[in-house]
Write a protein that binds this ligand. Structure first.
Ligand code: AMP
Length: 209
């Protein structure tokens, strides 16, 4: 059974690889960023609580995020495995996840900060969860989602000053988690600068047959 956590700087392609895992491994992807964005656009109570944090590129407080993710992971579709993209993001989230789940693979998709900034400033997203890059993966019709036909937009937190803040938090709060998974012997790194199919090929080698 696969219980995978994806790590990597913003823009490293975690979402793209998580989508491949959904299709090829037949497991659900649990993506806190998407859950938050969905709740913000639907103006739910949760959305109103978290909007100021996500806009500023700050982490949403643990008491909100941990409960939300643990609840999601206890749903029936996660019982035979899952991939989590964007959680845990600090040591206390990692500890609470590891208390309940034996993570089989912690995969770091690594790119430099420079590359992350370049990629995110050209990223466009849709509320349905689809992501595009204006240079490498442009939508068929300019500004329109291939999957659902809605209008694409740039995330507030993909503006350069906010990206830099998010990268700082990643280095300071998320990277220290890697040692926990290294100790457990489940930590692997792949080069995220490569083309999407090559990153996937490297990941498949790590996941095994
Ligand atoms: P992402 O799309 O993964 O970059 O997430 C977008 C935003 O959602 C982040 O900048 C945070 O504000 C919030 N967020 C996502 N995952 C987490 C998490 N594990 N802990 C706290 N906040 C999170």
């Amino acid at each position: 059974m696969y219980k995978i956590c994806l790590f990597g700087p913003q823009g490293s392609g975690k979402g793209t690889q998580a989508d491949l895992m959904i299709k090829e491994l037949d497991i659900p992807a649990v993506v806190p960023g998407n859950i938050f964005r969905h709740n913000i656009s639907e103006k739910t109570e949760l959305g109103q609580k978290v909007e100021e944090y996500t806009k500023a590129g700050k982490l949403v407080p643990d008491e909100i995020t941990i409960e939300m993710i643990q609840n999601r992971l206890s749903e029936p579709d996660c019982a035979s495995g899952f991939v989590v993209d964007g959680f845990p993001r600090n040591v206390s989230q990692a500890k609470s996840l590891n208390d309940r789940h034996d993570i089989t693979h912690a995969l770091l998709i690594n790119i430099s900060d420079e590359e992350a900034i370049h990629r995110l400033s050209r990223r466009r997203v849709c509320d349905c969860g689809a992501t595009y890059h204006l240079d490498y993966n442009a939508p068929e019709k300019e500004g329109i989602c291939n999957d659902c036909g809605k209008e694409l937009y740039q995330r507030d937190d993909d503006k350069e000053d906010v990206i830099k803040k998010r990268l700082n938090i990643y280095h300071q709060e998320t990277e220290p988690i890697f040692d926990i998974y290294k100790e457990k012997g489940v930590f692997h790194e792949v080069d995220g600068k490569q083309a999407i199919p090559k990153v996937w090929e490297d990941i498949k080698k790590i996941l095994g047959p």
